[in-house]
Design a protein around this ligand. Structure first.
Ligand SMILES: Cc1cc2nc3c(=O)[nH]c(=O)nc-3n(C[C@H](O)[C@H](O)[C@H](O)COP(=O)(O)OP(=O)(O)OC[C@H]3O[C@@H](n4cnc5c(N)ncnc54)[C@H](O)[C@@H]3O)c2cc1C
Length: 499
């Protein structure tokens, strides 16, 4: 049996931002696509709600423009006039120390005069360029890496807060190599983070690239959901909502995709992953495609049944069909801790802090429940009515997973208690909305290379099956957009080998 693609159409599993981006570009290249999405709407974890004059984001708040491909997608999708850059006055980021939010210095030298670190930690910074690089190749956690190159205080005060803000993760588990590849690379290439910052910045400038801390941040006039909505609209009938792919079978010249279609109501307090127990009137159907791109989550990939034909074995695959299926089950080991997003609106006069800036991050040693708070109404205009302030706080993650699962009224109470101490919130909120992401963000923990290698192995040995998304190519929205663009190009190349 010839495994080369006989059909030009592509099945894309998952209508998060990765799947939508891949579908958008493949369609523009003239490739017919069908996007299968288990949930009732497009966008994955992206969710914006306009209510009572507030515009709340439950999942991501901003896109960091770290690659030219991101701005290109916005232009190509016709959304340039809807794009909103963050307010330049809202650059200040706070980190809590001694129960007070302290502004992070705006320049690298500013750290030496900042109250954020003790004199001892500042000396550790001066010493860092002389710390020898690790040469034994051992994979470290970000905690081990930071303590080795800097010191414990740096970890507890700065990195722990940062890790909570990006991954809602545990610095003792996250791999520096996989979760913070740039830091690992700075050590490998320059022997020091500080030297790497200086020389790396010069090289990036030459290449026209922007680092994450300097990249423009943006959203849209009606919130981030504008982007998936626009991409979904261009797909028309090719987007199949409430349709979960359950099985992939390799056939002559392509893949048979088995789907369960059913009206799955969007579950309050949950993300868009399908809840089979709540589904009603499910219908099974099959469709055939030349190639498949999996843009879902790792834990749903683990549930997928993958059936290869005997010809796969002749293509050099060593595993039996049963082993292949159990290989996918490995992906259930990737941790996705729960995160609750608590969006609260207050009267301006009921908050002592100016709340001007991006937001605040809270290290675990400070003993608060929330991981961090975004000053949403300072970041973008029209997020709150005049005289009101909108704050988005996150709770749970690897730090306190059990807290994310509390009922909404309890979450609001906990967040208000922390905001009272940290920002001087004096009265109850005038607007509130909580959303639980039961499985929020994939954790690139030590040993993650095993999963990435397995994906590459399956991709290289199984004709026409591709993987993209936040479980593989980085957890930010920007990473997912770039992942979607790249996989579209790769699949187009693959289809050129069609009979
Ligand atoms: C609370 C929170 C806050 C965040 N904040 C930010 C931020 O401010 N900035 C930032 O850059 N990033 C942020 N992120 C990360 C960013 O939002 C994600 O990394 C990105 O949206 C992931 O997109 P994706 O398309 O890869 O996956 P997802 O959005 O998870 O989409 C995957 C889709 O696949 C579907 N699916 C899975 N399996 C199947 C199947 N078998 N059949 C059919 N459909 C299937 C799912 O239903 C889902 O819709 C945040 C994430 C969370 C959870």
């Amino acid at each position: 049996m010839d495994p080369r693609p006989a059909m030009k159409s592509v099945a894309i599993i998952g209508a998060g931002i990765t799947g939508l981006t891949a579908a958008f570009y493949l369609k523009r290249m003239g490739v017919p696509v069908t996007v299968y999405e288990a949930g009732g709407c497009a966008g994955g974890v992206i969710r914006s709600l306009r209510k009572d004059g507030f515009l709340a984001e439950f999942g991501p708040n901003t896109i960091l423009e770290t690659s030219p491909k991101i701005a290109q997608l916005i232009r190509d999708a016709g959304l340039k006039s809807h794009r909103l850059n963050s307010d330049p006055k809202a650059e200040a980021r706070y980190v809590v120390r001694n129960r007070r939010p302290i502004a992070m210095p705006s320049s690298q030298l500013g750290i030496f005069t900042s109250e954020l670190l003790s004199t001892k930690a500042k000396f550790a910074l001066l010493r860092e360029p002389f710390v020898p690089r690790r040469r034994d190749g051992k994979e470290e956690s970000i905690a081990e890496f930071v303590v080795r190159r800097l010191n414990q205080e740096f970890l507890d005060q700065m990195i722990d807060a940062l890790v909570a803000g990006i991954y809602a993760g545990d610095p003792h588990k996250l791999s520096v190599q996989h979760a913070f590849p740039r830091l690992a690379e700075l050590e490998t290439r320059y022997g020091s983070l500080i030297k790497g910052q200086i020389f790396g910045a010069r090289e990036r400038k030459k290449r026209g690239e922007i680092s994450k801390d300097r990249a423009p941040k943006f959203s849209f006039d009606d919130g981030l959901q504008v982007l998936p909505d626009a991409l979904a609209a261009q797909l028309g009938d090719s987007l199949k909502l409430n349709t979960a792919v359950t099985k992939l079978t390799q056939i002559e010249g392509g893949w048979r995709v088995t789907c369960l279609e059913g009206r799955v109501p969007r579950v309050p307090n949950s993300n868009s992953e399908i809840k089979d127990s709540q589904s009603s009137s499910l219908r099974q159907f099959e469709a055939e495609h030349g190639a498949v791109i999996y843009c879902g989550t790792a834990y749903k990939l683990a549930e997928l049944v993958l059936i290869g034909t005997p010809s796969i074995a002749r293509q050099g695959m060593t595993e039996t069909q049963a082993e292949r299926c159990s290989a996918l089950r490995t992906f259930s080991e990737i941790r996705y801790p729960p995160v609750a997003s608590v969006v609260l609106g207050f009267r301006r006069e009921d908050i002592t802090h100016s709340c001007e800036g991006y937001g605040m991050l809270i290290p675990k040693i400070e003993g608060f429940k929330i991981l961090g708070t975004i000053f949403s109404s300072a970041l973008f205009p029209n997020r709150a009515p005049a005289g009101r302030v909108l704050l988005t706080s996150y709770i749970g993650g690897e730090r306190y997973p059990e807290l994310a699962l509390l009922p909404p009224e309890k979450l609001v109470e906990l967040v208000c208690e922390d905001l009272r101490v940290l920002l001087g919130v004096k009265e109850p909120p005038v607007f509130q909305h909580c959303v639980l992401y039961p499985k929020a963000i994939p954790q690139y923990n030590v040993g993650y290379g095993k999963f990435k290698n397995l994906l590459s192995e399956i991709e290289s040995q199984t004709h026409g099956l591709f993987f993209a998304g936040s479980y593989r190519d980085g957890v930010s929205l920007g990473d997912s957009i770039v992942s979607g663009c790249n996989i579209a190009e790769k699949v187009q190349e693959y289809l050129k080998t069609a009979n």
